[in-house]
Every structure is written in structure tokens, then in C-alpha cells.
Design a protein around this ligand. Structure first.
Ligand SMILES: CC(C)(COP(=O)(O)OP(=O)(O)OC[C@H]1O[C@@H](n2cnc3c(N)ncnc32)[C@H](O)[C@@H]1OP(=O)(O)O)[C@@H](O)C(=O)NCCC(=O)NCCS
Length: 103
């Protein structure tokens, strides 16, 4: 499987990687995954900037629906995405299957 470099975002300060975001899509809906900013660099706008840049890249590929899964307790992330216009989707179940408890 070929990786699409457009879908891998990093933000840098003084040449050091301080934040990441990985996008994926299946041609209809874009997913924003693995958003994280190093604790000492949080609150400077990196997270929001990466979300908006990933949306821009997904739009450029023709996608107009964006989605994210946020675990309970990740309040900063929840607030960031709500401020960026994301809404909670009622009537959806999150299911998963693991081949091993270690992965
Ligand atoms: C979520 C995370 C990526 C935000 O990154 P960040 O660079 O600090 O975010 P920004 O500075 O761009 O802030 C954007 C918005 O996020 C929200 N936010 C950021 N930090 C927050 C905090 N500590 N508490 C509450 N809201 C917060 C605010 O709404 C903020 O908007 P504002 O500055 O206008 O108030 C970062 O907190 C993080 O890495 N958390 C741990 C990993 C994680 O939860 N990842 C998300 C998985 S879905």
C-alpha cells in the first residue's frame, strides 16, 4: 500500500517536531487521526492549525466530510474540534476487533 505524503502533517519549532496529525480517507469522508502536540508546546495554536491544514488538503482531494474519534477525557481535543465546527453524531456505534490485546 502506497502512503500519501499529503496526509502526514508535522509542525516544527526551531527545527524540532512538536506536533503531528495523520489524515486518512476512503474517497467520501476524511478522518483526522493521531492529533498530538508536545505538552510544552500546547496552547500555541499548533493543534488547530494542523486540523485546518488537514481539512484543506482533504478538500483539495474532493472530500467535504471530516470526522474524528475522541476518547473520553480528551477535553482539549473535544473543545478544539467543536470550535472548528465539528458536531457530535448521535446514533453511531464505535465497534472494533483486535487480533491481539497487545496491538
Ligand atoms: C489536543 C491537542 C492536540 C491540542 O493541541 P494545541 O496545540 O494545544 O491546541 P491549540 O493551541 O491549537 O488550541 C486550539 C483550541 O483547543 C482547545 N484547547 C487547547 N488546549 C486546551 C486545554 N488545555 N484545555 C481546554 N481546551 C484546550 C481550545 O479550544 C483552543 O482554542 P483557544 O486557544 O481559542 O481557546 C493537545 O492538547 C494534545 O496533544 N493533547 C494530548 C493528545 C490528544 O488528546 N490528542 C487528541 C486525540 S483525538
Amino acid at each position: 500500500m502506497a502512503l500519501d505524503p499529503d496526509m502526514w502533517l508535522g509542525c516544527f519549532e526551531d527545527g524540532k517536531l512538536v506536533g503531528v496529525l495523520v489524515g486518512t480517507h476512503e474517497s467520501r469522508k476524511g478522518w483526522l487521526n493521531r492529533l498530538a502536540v508536545l505538552p510544552e508546546h500546547q496552547g500555541k495554536g499548533f493543534g488547530k492549525a494542523m486540523v485546518l491544514e488537514m481539512e484543506r488538503r482533504l478538500r483539495a482531494k474532493g472530500l467535504g466530510i471530516f470526522a474524528v474519534l475522541i476518547e473520553d477525557g480528551h477535553d482539549a481535543s473535544l473543545r478544539l474540534f467543536k470550535e472548528a465546527g465539528y458536531e457530535e453524531h448521535e446514533g453511531m456505534h464505535y465497534l472494533r476487533k483486535r487480533d491481539s490485546p497487545d496491538i
